[in-house]
Design a protein around this ligand. Sequence first.
Ligand SMILES: C[S@@+](CC[C@H](N)C(=O)[O-])C[C@H]1O[C@@H](n2cnc3c(N)ncnc32)[C@H](O)[C@@H]1O
Length: 261
Amino acid sequence: MAAPDLVRRVAGGVRRRLRRPGPPLDFPAVEGRIHPHDDMKDPRDTSAAHYAKVGRSALEEIRESLEPAGLSFGDVGSCLDMPSGYGRVLRLLRREMPAAQITACDVNREAIRFCASEFGAVPLRSRGRLETLRLGRYDLIWCGSLITHLDDRRVEQLLRQFADALMPGGVAVLTIHGDPPDQSDPTYGPLAHEARGALVSRGSFHVPYAGALDDYGHAWHTEEHIRGMFDRVSGGAVEPVSFRRRGWDEHQDVLAFRRRA
Ligand SMILES: C[S@@+](CC[C@H](N)C(=O)[O-])C[C@H]1O[C@@H](n2cnc3c(N)ncnc32)[C@H](O)[C@@H]1O
């Protein structure tokens, strides 16, 4: 083997070893183990009590979103959790339906593999180019904290995908940042005035993270903007069924939509 090849192979092995995660972690507060790379668990949340609380809040929001559409978890034969991350919410959805009926979809390959091996969900790899996805069809779509990161072009692509992926009578539960950033917010406070103006004038505001792919960032939307966009991209096939301001852990707004039967 030529010397440069050998160096490359050794360096690749070292890189893989450094990236290899430790074992999943157990916390009494949490149902199921947490992957060490799950960045939804804040290191300051040492007991993972907050992680568990956010998961429970999502499950209750989904339950309450099904009700006005005349459904309960018992009616859900197939569920898409997108983005699943490492299963903060998915681990609780398993209480309500067999895990094999839940599809864990994310761009993060490691995250969906974990949801499959640890919780028994069906993994589905997403892409930055949302328009090229093939999601399948579902009675329930849970989309917790993805729209909150996307610019309008990608939100539109995502909602178009969701409209196609909903079974007749199926429900999509989406979350948004509806309130503009607070002036005291150390990161986005300086943009509070601009964000407020943008929400009033065009219903959305987006700031890409430095160096992020596909303009992934932080985004705010009004309820009306998302409703209008979903109505338009679905050709009127999707109707709003509920809205709860700051419903998810007193933070993100929760909107539910139903595909007309
Ligand atoms: C804030 S986390 C929320 C994860 C999960 N819903 C939860 O509550 O723990 C955002 C997730 O979106 C995923 N993501 C980013 N772009 C995506 C895309 N184009 N398709 C699917 N998932 C994406 C990220 O990998 C990350 O897991």
